[in-house]
Ligand binder design. Structure first.
Ligand SMILES: Nc1ncnc2c1ncn2[C@@H]1O[C@H](COP(=O)(O)OP(=O)(O)OP(=O)(O)O)[C@@H](O)[C@H]1O
Length: 401
């Protein structure tokens, strides 16, 4: 849990020095700096902003760098310094570290914000990241595999981009990369599939709470991004000509996806088996007639609830798993308290949903930072948490209420 937070030169936050509690509410008008505060915590954890990729966008105008520093309740300290050209300095306990994942492990952050509300309609990246957030924190072996896979994929794609006709030497090189990709791919899929299976009952429980009328009709499926019954290098070899024409690699873990399906009640009965064993890895599997992407059926408000359920269901899974597993044996990555960032929740969810979301969070051992335009949610917060911290932000100046 973050006990002290210091921010320098992030957007309109010139100097911030806070002592957060388990629950923190940041109230302020539009443009006051609420989201920037959440952005700072996210930046420290992930090394990037959830709003802009380029640091010069979030570094305060006329400044060279942004700095975020946190002291956690176990006395460890984390810091990030980011310059406009993206040069990054990371420190853990006053020692420079060279991998963002080291800070991510110490400070797992889960973000629920208006921009993630389009996740169902967007490309697969944000849904894949949703699953990978869990896999990263629950399976220590996952991240190195993913980094190695990405490195090989990048090399492969740059070769495919460069030429449409490979020389013998290039072909031999590509085949050796494909072998490497294939072995990383099998492990990445193994980790993802395991965590996906564990996640499903938690998701069902969240849907039961947030969208009870759909409890019987929504299900998740995981698509590995390639046919996992055949080694990836064999499939890459078969598709090489097409990949050369396209200039990139079309199949693999980087194309994995998580889908939310809606099925009508009768289709559930008729297709009970196929509904529960959704097209796991088969990229080309056809969905049954009475089953389709939930995004095509649900209203905008219902989609927001569904996305909230997807996110919210991850926390009890992570926290239960932390308590239950033998961390050495299971290679658990996270021992730290998750930090939940809720940006502008009252704008996205109705009162009933906010109440469910907040009461669920208040029962979990996590730290919450939430922003709100008004103080309407304060009574609810005071009912749920014993000593919440309320802050007011005005033109980048954050004061306790
Ligand atoms: N690089 C920058 N340097 C200085 N100020 C910036 C920079 N980028 C954005 N700002 C300003 O920072 C302010 C804070 O924005 P932020 O998005 O944090 O506000 P907010 O309180 O979350 O607002 P809203 O409720 O409208 O979402 C805005 O007024 C914006 O114009």
């Amino acid at each position: 849990m973050i006990e002290r937070l210091q921010i320098s030169h992030l957007r309109n936050l010139t100097q911030v020095n806070l002592q957060p509690a388990a629950c923190n509410v940041i109230i302020g008008a539009n443009g006051s700096g609420k989201t920037s505060l959440l952005e700072a915590i996210f930046l420290l954890s992930r090394g990037k902003s959830f709003r802009h990729h380029q640091p010069k966008r979030y570094i305060q105008h006329h400044q060279n760098m942004v700095t975020v520093h946190a002291k956690l309740n176990d006395s460890s300290t984390l810091a990030i310094q980011k310059q406009a050209d993206a040069t990054t300095l990371l420190r853990l306990n006053q020692t420079t570290v060279y991998n963002q994942s080291i800070l991510t492990e110490q400070l797992p952050t889960l973000l629920i914000d208006p921009s993630t509300m389009d996740m169902l309609e967007q490309g697969s990246a944000s849904r894949r990241q949703l699953l990978d957030w869990l896999v990263f924190h629950m399976k220590q072996g996952f991240h190195p595999q993913w980094v190695a896979y990405q490195r090989l994929l990048k090399q492969r794609n740059s070769l495919l981009k460069k030429t449409r006709h490979l020389t013998q030497v290039q072909l031999a090189e590509l085949k050796s990369w494909d072998k490497g990709l294939s072995s990383h791919a099998a492990l990445i899929h193994h980790y993802r599939e395991r965590i996906f299976t564990e996640w499903q009952p938690y998701f069902a429980e969240s849907i039961e709470q947030l969208l009870p009328s759909y409890a019987e009709q929504l299900s998740l499926s995981y698509n590995a991004g390639y046919d996992t019954s055949i080694a990836l290098d064999v499939q890459l070899n078969e598709r090489l000509e097409q990949d050369l024409q396209l200039g990139y690699t079309r199949i693999g873990n980087h194309r994995a996806d998580v889908h939310v399906h809606w099925h009508s009640d009768d289709s559930l009965e008729m297709n009970n088996e196929s509904a529960s064993t959704t097209p796991k890895n088969d990229v080309s599997a056809k969905l049954p007639t009475l089953k389709e992407q939930a995004a095509n059926v649900l209203s905008r408000g219902e989609k927001k609830l569904l996305i909230t359920a997807l996110r919210l269901s991850q926390l009890p899974l992570l926290l239960n798993a932390e308590q239950n597993v033998d961390s050495q044996r299971d290679g658990f990555n996270t021992r730290a308290t998750p930090v939940v960032l809720l940006d502008d929740i009252t704008a996205e969810l109705d009162n009933r949903a906010i109440e469910i979301l907040l009461s669920t969070l208040s029962q979990l051992p996590c730290q919450v930072f939430m922003s709100s335009l008004t103080d309407d949610i304060v009574p609810m917060i005071q009912d749920l948490w014993s000593n919440p911290n309320m802050f007011h932000v005005k033109q980048g100046n954050i004061q306790p209420l």
